[in-house]
Design a binder for this molecule. Structure first.
Ligand SMILES: Cc1ncc(COP(=O)(O)O)c(C=O)c1O
Length: 451
């Protein structure tokens, strides 16, 4: 902005004629210095941001006594202590959920939830394609087919309008992903699910405290899944949770995650139900229990900074901030925007990211079109999948990836910054904006220099 105004000032002086020349002469040295300072770091200028960013994950010494208590107690396994169930109660309360089950990870939370929604071998699940790969894998673990709906480029989440045409007589559930902590348009998704009698499992692995129409992510579908892996806003190294407004579903989930043992409303004789071991340990729970206040406060900081960025990014040609569904609040696990290289003299997204990084602002593309990476080809070429689907269905399934035009656009044009960058002061956000403006103003020179 500064540079833009200076150039405008120069233009005004120039058109005012000779009377302005004395003023212009006096200003020339300042302008030359200003232009030098405003040069992109990649072209030898001064980096905009030199202060670094908040480290992640963060540890507090004050958390250590409770963690040591657990370690010294020798009660580490779920059934021999209280930390895990305390965490479950507290997390359900934080979200306004009826019930919560802690799990070993976000992936296992998804696997358990799909089982509880009766997703079985040979079934199909409608999935957001723009996500971390664990979402796809959780469906494959049930020997079911992840059928991709398209991504809405404006919201970067599942486009509800693209769901109905993908429903077949094998579809059991919809698995929307609140990617980067941005809530999906859940009213539209739930309406489709109701009409077709499908379960809804929210992948809220990046959406702790995200809100949609006054309710928290994870309480909007049948079951919601969270991750507490190290990079997450409330981390415990590994860890996960399932939340629900139905105690009955959580009881079922509890049985399945605990080797099929009876739980609450889910009772039977002997080995009455299938199950695995996807339990959380008390050490994980003791770490998580102490981070609630931190999560709440930091979420507010990230949201205020993201609001500020969102209000100004759209002023820069070629940068489009994301659009959230009405009455929703994102929590920004990553902060994304879409980048249009044609407005930056053809500077590619990778070149833009390199130039930003030289300014002290790391950013880059996130998910690619992962359905072409090989895991789905491997799955549908397997003996099991060939037994479960006809060759025609599997071919049509593979061919359908090319219909995901919105997702392709999002994969190719998204640039994102990590959540810790939103924890700094407002001046850090100004640095981000200033760096993008600077790169925009010098994009032609950058293209030339970077080849
Ligand atoms: C969207 C999404 N889904 C699922 C997962 C899986 O969680 P975990 O790594 O805890 O297994 C993650 C974790 O990164 C995620 O971001």
């Amino acid at each position: 902005m500064k540079n833009h105004l200076t150039r405008r000032g120069f233009m005004r002086a120039a058109v005012a004629g000779s009377a302005a020349l004395t003023w212009l002469g006096a200003r020339r040295a300042t302008l030359a210095f200003g232009a030098e300072a405003a040069k992109p770091a990649l072209l030898g200028g001064k980096p905009v941001h030199q202060g670094g960013w908040a480290r992640w994950p963060q540890w507090r010494e004050s958390w250590e006594p409770k963690v040591l208590d657990v370690l010294r107690s020798g009660r580490w396994y779920r059934a021999s202590g209280q930390q895990v169930s305390e965490f479950e109660k507290a997390y359900a309360q934080l979200l306004g959920a009826k019930s919560c089950l802690a799990t070993a990870s976000g992936t296992t939370a998804l696997m358990v939830s799909l089982h509880v929604m009766d997703v079985d071998a040979g079934d199909e699940v409608i999935v957001s394609p723009y996500t971390f790969i664990a979402t796809y894998n959780s469906v494959l673990n049930s020997r079911a087919l992840p059928v991709f709906a398209d991504t809405d480029p404006a919201t970067m989440t599942i486009d509800p309008a693209s769901i109905p045409s993908r429903i077949t007589d094998r579809t059991r559930a919809i698995l929307p992903v609140h990617i980067f902590g941005m809530p999906c348009d859940m009213d539209a998704i739930n309406a489709i699910a109701r009409e077709h009698k499908l379960g809804v499992v929210e992948d809220a692995c990046q959406a702790w405290l995200g809100e949609y129409k006054g309710r928290k992510c994870g309480t909007l579908g049948d079951l919601g899944c969270f991750s507490f892996q190290e990079s997450k806003h409330i981390p415990s190294g590994e860890g996960g949770a399932i939340t629900s407004m139905s105690e009955k579903l959580i009881d079922k989930a509890n049985s399945f995650h605990n080797c099929g043992r009876a739980c609450g409303t889910n009772q039977g004789n002997g080995s009455f139900t299938r199950g695995n071991n996807y339990r959380m340990t008390h050490v994980q729970a003791a770490i998580l229990l102490q981070q609630f206040d931190k999560l709440v406060k930091e979420t507010e900081v990230r949201q205020a900074n993201a609001d500020y960025l969102g209000a100004h990014l759209g002023e820069i040609p070629g940068i489009t901030p994301v659009r959230l569904p009405p009455e929703s609040r994102a929590v920004w696990h990553l902060y994304p925007f879409r980048y249009d290289a044609s407005q930056f003299s053809g500077l590619s997204r990778n070149q833009f990211a390199r130039a930003m990084s030289e300014e002290g602002i790391p950013c880059g593309g996130v998910y690619s079109e992962q359905y072409y990476d090989g895991l789905l080809d491997e799955a549908i070429a397997s003996r099991g999948y060939k037994r479960l689907w006809s060759a025609e269905r599997l071919k049509a399934y593979r061919d359908s990836f090319k219909e995901l035009k919105g997702n392709k656009q999002v994969c190719q044009t998204t640039v994102a910054m990590t959540q810790n960058m939103l924890l700094g002061p407002r001046s850090d956000m100004d640095h981000i904006l200033e760096a993008i403006r600077k790169i925009h103003a010098h994009s032609a020179a950058l293209v030339k220099a970077m080849g």
